[in-house]
Design a binder for this molecule. Sequence first.
Ligand code: SF4
Length: 374
Amino acid sequence: MAGIYLHIPFCKQACHYCNFHFSTSLRYKDAMLNAIKQELELRKEYLNGAKVETVYFGGGTPSLLSAQEILSIFDLIQLHYPLAKDLEVTLEANPDDLTKEYLAELKTTPVNRLSIGLQSFVEEDLKFMNRAHNAQEAKQCLVNAQEAGFHNITIDLIYGTPTLSHKSWLKNLQTIFDLGIPHISCYALTVEPKTALAHFVKTGKVQDVEEEDTAQQFELLLEQMAENGYEQYEISNFCKPSFYAKHNSSYWKSAHYVGIGPSAHSFNGHSRQWNIANNGLYLKALKNNELNFELEELSETEQHNEYIMTSLRTKWGANVEHIANRWGVKVALQFKKNVEQYCQNGFMELKEEEYVLTTKGKLIADNIMSELFL
Ligand code: SF4
């Protein structure tokens, strides 16, 4: 199983909380698309001929691409990479781009899954985040997408903002349930360094995130999702039966992927590499048919810790036998011993052959994982 991630590094405006790599100037969009195509060709051997099961247009804002531009990138992917029959092709999209006309165009491309950066249906909340869309567009884009024939839809929601009451949070979730959206990713607002939000918090312009409110909204989320028939298959991801995101799941199952475009990360089982997060320098390198990236070989310890972190985030959990085969019996025994105390205190449980976090454990997941690291 392998995947291709394409980073489209442009946005209409900067959301206050965002620390992804993007530019709000579209001046070099054409040059960037040509460079991305060039990188796709240059790195066609990276996946070692493995069958590609997921293609993910992320960013930035990939819905700034026309259907023609998506098709031209896809042609190259088809030419250079072996593709699985039931390929999942996801496009991240912002609500204000999802007009009926654009969706009709998208239908002519291989895109078969939309990941919509919706974040909230509350006007005040969207303004606080400096999103480019309003509450009305948030709702309308979902109706438009379904009417256009897109049924494999995931949306992102953010909770824990100072502008989101518990009542509004429940209302946001209810709107999603009423519309029958099959997959939802929910993230707590975090104040990342060097963002506009970090500056506003520092200067007292906005209040900092209240950890207790965030924890309460996470608990409400778990309750509501379970009541409405969604399975929590990863800490932040919920879906209706058979709507697991193949793309996200491949990250958590340590599948190999090639990341194309500025700031994109790649993983081939033993090393990670990431492209320069600068549009100008990325373009400059490709002008000379070179790539500007950093590479890190993962030590056995790092690979073990990564396995603990990714497996415990999911419902598939961590398998002792796998740990023994991969890192030795001693490491597996130590893992089992450490896990026992969490099982006794109700933070973890053994499900068939795998150890998983319980609901109580998910609330302190980061602490548990770091305690289990080598
Ligand atoms: S649209 Fe997405 S990538 Fe762009 S600034 Fe907002 S959160 Fe960041």
